[in-house]
Ligand binder design. Structure first.
Ligand SMILES: *[C@@H]1O[C@H](CO)[C@@H](O)[C@H](O)[C@H]1NC(C)=O
Ligand SMILES: *[C@@H]1O[C@H](CO)[C@@H](O)[C@H](O)[C@H]1NC(C)=O
Ligand SMILES: *[C@@H]1O[C@H](CO)[C@@H](O)[C@H](O)[C@H]1NC(C)=O
Length: 464
């Protein structure tokens, strides 16, 4: 981080977003007792229904008082009009119900980082309930915690898992053993779609790790392929935006020259296996470093005039999108226009030390809330308007055991007890562990349609 060259352009549009290295250990999580199942309400459904042998009610005769009164023509006209109005009303209501049902069931398009450097986090089963109540269905882990992967079996939630032990993974046999032991057994019940090999290795200081990064990625890919999982599981690594030497204007984006020897073959690898290039980007760090020259609305996705890239005439109204396009430009300069960029981490802390300017609840709520709105719109960057920005927000929980400045422990959307740190428009959060019944939610629109059909048939039969 200290070695980053910060290039401040007009309006301070460079992102130097780097965070101190993460020290992830899933210590103690599996040791915590699981939540007990609350009273099993299903039991009541198992009681045999009493068999009614009483005389069946007559089907057709006299069962509906009033029906005969419609015999008179004028009454019939009135009734048909009323019925049609009623039908229309019900139709509208049903459509509205379907809208609500699908809005409630369409998963939110952003993912979330589930870090666990804390001693007070809820059990993964409870977290599964929380995420389902939020309708978030993509999660990134900093390990491959079997307790988490097991807790989410059958939920349909998509997982990115990580392994930072590059020395181990660059050995083909160890890589295969790890994938066979930590990924394969959870498929397909838990949808693991990507393995991240190493986190922010190239922006660190460990040259040995930098050298083993690509060999480890290749070994893991070969393991995935050898086990027949290559269609379901991508292999990638996550970089800090500090691998860029230049990020403004975005069209001038370029990787650090000293990292070219690592990045060029890694880009070739991505192109060959079809996996995304992942970056961790924190406009917060650019703002914190120079609050005087970086525009706060520009980093928070608030209304602002934006900045124009003089080479492309594209206007950028936020720093994150400028950073993404800078990565596209840097890849293009290395001969690659065939790799997708995704944001593996971004976020904003709700609290910081006295010298961490901008780390406030209001700014965190604005950053994450505005970002989620744009994601929901399926917005792309100015350079790639048709490629929706793909983001994993950092992070699900505040993590009390993270070292570093106060901000490091305050990136969470939630406190460990499940209370939101700020309002993002979610109000259905809860910790009630929900049964893993993925058909229940997806059947709501179908149920609404069935209901509508039944009403139409019933009324048609009744009046016509
Ligand atoms: C790599 O890690 C696995 C556990 O995932 C272990 O069984 C193996 O011995 C390790 N290999 C090396 C070379 O450290
Ligand atoms: C792997 O990454 C590519 C490129 O981003 C993407 O198109 C594909 O859907 C990913 N595969 C999985 C299983 O997520
Ligand atoms: C950008 O706009 C200027 C002024 O309108 C124009 O001269 C220039 O050709 C444009 N450049 C590109 C790349 O479109």
């Amino acid at each position: 981080m200290a070695s980053t060259r910060i290039c401040m352009a007009a309006l301070g549009s460079l992102g130097s977003g780097c965070r101190p290295g993460r020290y992830y250990k899933s210590a103690g999580v599996a040791a915590r007792p699981g939540p007990r199942q609350e009273g099993n309400a299903r039991g009541s459904l198992m009681r045999p229904r009493p068999c009614r042998l009483a005389a069946p009610t007559p089907r057709h005769e006299g069962a509906r008082p009033g029906r005969r009164a419609m015999a008179r023509p004028e009454l019939r006209t009135v009734s048909v009009t009323a019925a049609l109005s009623l039908l229309l009303l019900l139709l509208l209501l049903s459509v509205a119900a379907m809208d609500v049902a699908s809005a409630a069931t369409a998963p939110l398009k952003f993912g979330i980082n589930y870090g666990q450097i804390a001693n007070n986090l809820p059990h993964p089963t409870q977290v599964s309930g929380l995420l389902r109540s939020l309708n978030v269905n993509r999660v990134k882990l900093y390990d491959a915690d079997p307790a988490v992967l097991t807790a989410f079996a059958g939920t349909g939630v998509e997982f990115i898992v990580s392994n930072e032990d590059l020395r181990n993974l660059s050995d083909a046999r160890s890589a295969r053993a790890w994938v066979a032991q930590h990924v394969q057994p959870f498929l397909p019940a838990t949808r693991i779609t990507c393995i991240i090999v190493g986190n922010e290795v190239l922006s660190g200081q460990d040259t040995a790790a930098m050298q083993s990064l690509l060999p480890a990625m290749q070994a893991v890919y070969q393991a995935v392929q050898g086990l027949g999982l290559a269609e379901q599981v991508n292999v990638s690594t996550a970089h800090s935006v500090n691998v860029l030497a230049t990020s403004y204007p975005p069209s001038s984006g370029a990787f650090r020259e000293d990292l070219g020897q690592y990045i060029q073959p890694i880009l070739n690898f991505h192109a060959e296996v079809g996996s995304p290039f992942l970056i961790n980007a924190y406009p917060f760090f650019a703002y914190k470093a120079s609050p005087g020259s970086v525009s706060l609305p520009y980093v928070l996705f608030e209304p602002n005039p934006g900045v124009v890239d003089p080479n492309t005439n594209l206007t950028y109204d936020n720093m994150l999108y400028a950073q993404i396009d800078a990565v596209y430009a840097a890849m293009k300069a290395m001969g690659h226009t065939d790799i997708t960029v995704r944001i593996s981490e971004t976020g904003w802390p709700s609290k910081g030390d006295a010298d961490e300017v901008g780390a406030t609840v209001a700014n965190a709520a604005a950053y994450n809330g505005n970002l989620m709105k744009r994601i929901a719109m399926g917005q792309g960057t100015p350079l790639k308007p048709d490629v929706p920005v793909d983001v994993f927000v950092f992070a699900l929980f505040n993590e009390d055991m993270k070292p570093g400045p106060t901000s490091e422990r305050n990136y969470g959307l939630f406190y460990p007890n499940g209370t939101p740190v700020y309002n993002l428009g979610f109000n259905r959060a809860s910790f009630s562990p929900t049964p893993t019944d993925s058909s229940a939610s997806s059947s709501k629109p179908a149920a609404a349609i069935a209901f509508l059909m039944a009403v139409v048939v019933l009324l048609a039969g009744f009046f016509l």
